[in-house]
Design a protein around this ligand. Structure first.
Ligand code: MN
Length: 335
């Protein structure tokens, strides 16, 4: 029997960084992903779908979203087994079709048992236990795998952490399916679900998201002209889909002559990608070799004084140098 394990769909969740039209796209995409998931399940002879919590983002998730989701479940017709998570624990579910099972205890399908606890598991069965929590760090939602070691668990179908991962324990494997799509820059990378074959008790991850959050570091050291900086960013974004949500983090150092115009860079890229944002983590560096050539200039004298002041850290030196240059030029100070 083939089982599809998913979790953390967080239907109704929006990222506050997105504008109204982007939010609309993301919300409808969440449902499209669910509809596609059930289509995948039908095409691939999946007999059971497991949802390991946080199906809905809040108890207040719109009734329309709930209704639409459950219409997909009804259409799938085979059992969809669900446990709640920390986000939808209190949610009162309505419109649930007959094949939607809020798991309480164990259900048997031949030699396969799906349960939400370890009580009454038999050694000779293939036991799949659904839990929602964190196996890696101790907190409110901590699941202590050590305490499960002696239990007859073959596959722990986990929810709560939004990326796929797996850990061997006892006689089985603890597996996070991860969410279907990221919802912030803390959720980068591939997202999808897991397909488990109970004949062999083997599983594999299926990448399924429509768009990804991507953080791309771009070192602009030695790129002085605006076009050179833009070109460097473009080169680093070569393999990124325009459907993606992109954060470019500028790194390295820049000099007094740098044409690092942040607003213009943002303008240049924001309409190319579904979402684009720019972070600047570059460090200002004074080119002292070049300054030496500017003998007898007030700027050269001032910057040399700063450079040679041993009471300052390197970071302080570059910050004070930058402010001095801006002040001398009559610019707004970047303070
Ligand atoms: Mn959760």
């Amino acid at each position: 029997m083939k089982i599809l394990h998913t979790a953390d769909l967080h239907l109704g969740a929006i990222n506050k960084k997105l504008n109204a039209s982007q939010r609309k796209v993301v919300l409808s995409e969440q449902l499209k992903l669910c509809s596609d998931l059930f289509s995948y399940a039908k095409k691939n002879d999946i007999e059971l779908v497991l949802i390991s919590g946080d199906l809905f983002h809040t108890t207040a998730t719109a009734a329309k979203i709930e209704q639409t989701f459950f219409s997909y479940v009804a259409d799938f017709a085979k059992p969809v087994i669900y446990i709640s998570g920390n986000h939808d624990e209190e949610k009162i579910l309505s419109h649930t079709p007959d094949n939607f099972v809020l798991l309480s205890g164990g259900i048997r399908f031949g030699d396969v048992v799906i349960s939400d606890n370890m009580v009454a598991l038999n050694k000779e069965d293939k036991n799949i236990v659904m839990l929602h929590g964190d196996i890696y760090s101790r907190g409110n939602d901590y699941i202590n795998l050590k305490s499960l070691k002696g239990e007859y668990v073959d596959y722990l179908a986990l929810g709560h952490l939004h990326s796929y991962s797996e850990v061997d324990f006892g006689r089985g494997k603890a597996v996070y399916s991860g969410s279907l799509q990221g919802n912030g820059f803390d959720e980068c990378g591939e997202k999808g679900f897991v397909v488990l074959d109970t004949t062999t008790m083997t599983h594999h991850f299926v990448e399924f998201s429509k768009r990804k959050y991507q953080i791309v570091a771009v070192d602009i050291t030695d790129k002085v002209k605006f076009n050179e900086i833009v070109k460097e960013i473009e080169d680093n974004l070569k393999n990124i889909s325009t459907n993606d949500l992109v954060r470019v983090v500028l790194k390295g150092s820049y000099s007094e002559d740098s044409e690092k115009y942040l607003n213009l860079i943002e303008e240049r890229f924001k309409n190319i990608y579904f979402y684009f944002e720019l972070r600047d983590e570059t460090q200002f560096k004074v080119d002292f070799e070049k300054l030496k050539a500017e003998k007898l200039s007030f700027k050269a004298e001032l910057l040399s004084l700063i450079h040679n002041d041993d009471s300052l850290t390197e970071a302080e030196k570059s910050q004070i140098s930058l402010l001095s240059i801006e002040a001398l030029r009559g610019d707004d100070l970047s303070i």
